[in-house]
Design a protein around this ligand. Structure first.
Ligand code: 1CP
Length: 345
């Protein structure tokens, strides 16, 4: 078993930093597109054999040091009773979005072993065949709420921000349900065999500093605490959060903090000097459209900025759908190359 990721999460010595990519199992891979041509997205998600197959694709094809379960943050809203549709070419849409107390009262009780049994079965199947650790994940409570209020992704989540302003009590009621659901989903994934858990608080950057403190951080902290009770390390990724990194780390108790591409690696480390936390990130996903020589140069600077200890090489957000696979390979190879002591680029 390649345990580089586990050792990096615990800030133990490693021969080189582990490398994987957020959204590594997606549409930029021709093998994924071929499977998608034969099955719709929800069939891929809900058929454990197929989900296991997609999860393993980037490990087999690219040699990354971790697999991330092929699933989606929107499976929790779906389990709570919102209808999820993913049409070709457009983003996912949730039916029955949240507008009032009655909508929250209608949400179904959340039992991961029951409503997300297929997700847990996919984990059990996948871990049997993988030679790298499997990462389980969930959306952060605020991010789940933002999609459930908006009904879809949004550049600025203005409907969701409006609801926080107009109906804070309703928002807190919803976030309370989602903190519980995200925490229990993560813990169930760990029990099924996930060795690391990541919380995607992807809508963090939509909030003012003040509202992040009130509506995001306390609920994110609850979900992370529930997940960490399983003993599995937790990565918190809150891209664009208008909050100092060390405050998010202290409030949540994260083992690893995801760093987005807008943050300088050495500045992130300086900010976190007093925290016992590992870092993950943070190459701009758009840089994978640059020539491989530029990718190698930027990876060298990134690894030098973070240092080798307690560091997981990754992008600063998900890999973009049209990214050339050869450039993804250049990224992975560059981490291996620059991480060799004394290696020149
Ligand atoms: O490597 C992987 O692809 C792992 C599985 C994975 C993960 C971790 C998928 C598969 N989705 C996610 C997380 C996810 N989903 C996030 C958080 C990560 C991030 O910030 O990038 C978010 C916000 C979503 C919601 C979602 N689901 C979107 C974004 C939509 C939007 O408008 O904001 C999309 C496009 C989906 C569908 C989806 N999920 C995953 C895939 C491969 C796809 C594409 C579906 C298809 O094949 O058409």
């Amino acid at each position: 078993m390649n345990d580089l990721l586990l050792r990096a999460c615990r800030r133990e010595p490693v021969e080189r930093p582990p490398v994987w990519l957020m959204r590594q199992a997606g549409r930029y891979l021709p093998e994924y597109r071929a499977l998608r041509a034969r099955h719709d997205f929800l069939t891929l998600l809900r058929t454990p054999e197929l989900a296991a197959q997609v999860t393993s694709l980037p490990v087999d094809l690219l040699g990354v040091d971790a697999a991330i379960l092929f699933s989606d943050i929107l499976v929790i809203p779906m389990a709570l009773g919102l209808e999820l549709t993913v049409a070709d070419g457009t983003g996912p849409v949730l039916g029955g979005r949240i507008r009032n107390d009655a909508d929250v009262a209608r949400l179904l009780p959340f039992e991961p072993e029951d409503s997300l049994a297929w997700q847990l079965e996919a984990i059990r199947l996948t871990v049997n065949t993988l030679a790298v650790p499997l990462i389980g994940f969930a959306g952060g409570p605020w991010t789940l709420a933002s999609y459930m209020i908006e009904g879809r992704g949004s550049a600025d989540f203005r409907l969701a921000r409006r609801l926080l302003a107009e109906s804070p009590a309703l928002a807190h009621g919803l976030l309370d349900r989602l903190a519980d659901a995200a925490g229990r989903s993560l813990a169930a994934q760990a029990r099924a065999g996930a060795r690391v858990l990541q919380v995607f608080e992807s809508s963090a950057g939509a909030l003012s500093p003040r509202d992040y403190q009130e509506f995001a951080l306390p609920y994110l902290a609850r979900a992370v605490r529930a997940a960490r009770e399983t003993g599995v390390p937790v990565i918190v990724f809150a891209p664009g959060a208008n909050c100092p990194l060390d405050r998010t780390v202290r409030a949540t108790g994260a083992d690893v903090i995801g760093i987005d591409w807008r943050t300088d690696p050495a500045e992130a480390r300086a900010r976190l000097a007093e925290c016992e936390v590992a870092c993950q990130g943070n190459l701009d996903p758009a840089l994978l459209f640059a020539p491989p020589s530029v990718i190698r140069e930027r990876v060298a600077a990134m690894v030098a900025g973070f240092g080798h200890l307690g560091y997981i090489a990754n992008l600063g957000h998900g890999v973009l759908p049209d990214t050339p696979v050869e450039h993804v390979r250049a990224f992975i190879d560059a981490v291996r190359l620059v991480a060799r002591p004394g290696a020149a680029i």
